[in-house]
Design a protein around this ligand. Sequence first.
Ligand code: FAD
Length: 387
Amino acid sequence: MFKRRLFKLEHEQFRDVVRAFIDREIRPYHHQWEKDQIVPRDLWLKAGEAGMLCCTIPEEYGGLGLDYLFDVVVFEEMARSGFTGPGFMIHCDLVATYVNSFGSEAQRRHWLPKMVKGEAIGSLGMTEPHAGSDLRNIRTRAVLDGDHYVIDGQKVFISNGQSCDLMVLATRTSASDLQKGITLFLVDTSLPGFTRGRNLEKLGLKAQDTSELFFENLRVPASAMLGGEGQGFHLMMQKLAQERLAQAIRSAMVAETVIEWTVDYVAQRKAFGKTIADFQNTRFKLAELKTEATIGRVFTDECIERFMAGELNEVDAAMAKMWLSNLHCRVVDECLQLFGGWGYMWEYPIARAYADARIVKIAGGSIEIMKHIIGRSLFSGLRTRAS
Ligand SMILES: Cc1cc2nc3c(=O)[nH]c(=O)nc-3n(C[C@H](O)[C@H](O)[C@H](O)COP(=O)(O)OP(=O)(O)OC[C@H]3O[C@@H](n4cnc5c(N)ncnc54)[C@H](O)[C@@H]3O)c2cc1C
């Protein structure tokens, strides 16, 4: 295994803290949370207390002002554990960074300290029943009325939807231009007119709440707008590379971890008087997967470095997300095969990893949308070169 060069001693010490937190506060309860389809609020407060939420938020807004690698450590250790209930990644990597990057001083001071402590849980409301990949077609309307906007519409598939106190909400403020008619708001979910619908039953991510949400005559002050009117699409595009990188980080870690679980299992399990590891098929299969996971690791770490240097563009992020998502699903599938029937049993973590894997090819930009972005980039300079 390549020695990773990204992390310093302080990151590794923090990794130990995060692992201990997961063993103490998540591992014993996750099975029950899968039945509840949600994690308790108390967990968020404990994670905040342990310094695991929104590590990069500056000290003046209640954070620790640490570098991005501290967030990476949290995402990686959650991925390594196989416990997908806590929606920390969306809260930290997306919602808090939207507020920090695009929010006014008053918005930052109001929301960020609570998000760091786990007192306010964040969600991101983009997808609607008829518009997911094609975000330009969202219909949830925000209409100016005096010094307020009145919001009507609905969202679906929203992670942390049942538990969120704050939502970064994408709305339509103008019908004339699909792209420039989109505006973001920071919605306080305690306001009248905000209603939570069903906590949707899913194939995987069983302990994570994922909801439909409704907005009816919801009045938000104009000061709740995030960025300027009509800038929503532009702001969302700016953050998508970061979201896609986070998903690649998660997939790279899941792939490595599942291979480790499988090596341990096949070394013990016997058939036909040998261990499963003694079959050449097993060794060849694991050799291929390990090689690909290592390639994925090197690429992911390179993207992390580029991101921290402000150099990760949307094409790099799309390639990372696409390649690592495909690898993630394939590794989990092929490794489960080596577990035989036990791999299909929920008591084995590989079964949960299999159910949880499928989403990575869909959410945060599907594989096809990633190909679209990468493909477009190949031809964008062609006309200029030809002329
Ligand atoms: C568990 C889960 C959690 C989620 N969390 C959130 C969240 O917190 N916030 C949020 O806003 N959304 C969330 N989503 C929504 C997610 O981002 C969307 O499901 C995703 O963007 C795809 O949109 P869609 O489901 O409408 O599929 P569609 O856009 O209808 O796509 C259907 C199929 O068509 C393909 N397709 C679409 N356009 C093209 C094209 N141009 N070329 C080729 N193929 C194309 C897609 O790749 C896909 O295979 C979540 C979804 C799930 C399942």
